[in-house]
Design a binder for this molecule. Structure first.
Ligand SMILES: [Zn+2]
Length: 216
């Protein structure tokens, strides 16, 4: 196993622990993947808590979902199809994270897009979190529902289900999940205290001008 594969396997385990410790997933929920090479993907196994992954339990797949390497009896997540669609359709995508973070999932169940210009980091890094239409897990319905957002977004709510994020690196895909949940949580909190409001237009414009400096 080369250095890159070893590091990616370890990073998947670290991110699994973070998702678990942050309450972004319960029991065996959620899944994480990373692109190892053009057509080789590393993905979390099915029926395993992502808080207790081991590097050896990670499954190696091709872009069609065929297993290249796995521990005996270990299968990839049944939700891996939405990950594979991300890699197939976006050359620049090298990491994908799926979780059910509670505030974001609350908005996904309600069916509300998060698009309010509440604070600078939101306007600069993630001004809109769209809502992908409900699809049955493990079918092609979810990949089909998220594909329209490829290339324009890196974080989407999955209607009545959870959230999916991706990025040019696995770490950025994970950070997008953190940011998505943070925005959902702040939206919930500001509404709870009756204080939700947006930045004025001229302040939004100056933040939009700053976006290139932040590499997004
Ligand atoms: Zn799920």
């Amino acid at each position: 196993m080369d250095k890159k594969e070893k590091e990616l396997r370890e990073q998947i385990c670290d991110i699994g622990k973070n998702l678990f410790n942050k309450d972004f997933i319960a029991a065996n929920d959620g899944n994480i993947s990373a692109r190892l090479s053009g057509s080789e993907i590393l993905a979390t196994p099915t029926a395993t808590s992502k808080g207790y992954l081991t590097p050896e339990s990670i499954v190696k797949l091709d872009l069609d979902g065929n297993i290249i390497e796995a521990q005996e009896g270990v299968k990839p997540s049944s939700e891996v199809k939405m990950h594979l669609r991300c890699y197939k359709e976006m050359e620049e995508c090298n990491g994908v994270v799926h979780a059910h973070p509670p505030y974001a999932t609350g908005f996904a169940i309600k069916g509300e897009v998060l698009d309010k210009a509440t604070m600078p980091e939101v306007v600069i890094a993630m001004p809109e979190i769209p809502l992908a239409e409900y699809g049955c897990p493990s079918t092609e319905e979810i990949p089909d529902s998220v594909e329209p957002y490829f290339g324009k977004y890196e974080a989407v709510l999955l209607e009545s289900h959870g959230a999916l994020t991706w990025g040019d690196t696995l770490m950025n895909a994970y950070f997008n999940m953190e940011r998505l949940e943070y925005i959902a949580k702040l939206t919930f909190i500001t509404r709870a205290i009756g204080g939700e409001r947006e930045l004025p237009k001229n302040r939004i414009d100056e933040l939009v001008a700053l976006r290139p400096q932040y590499g997004k």
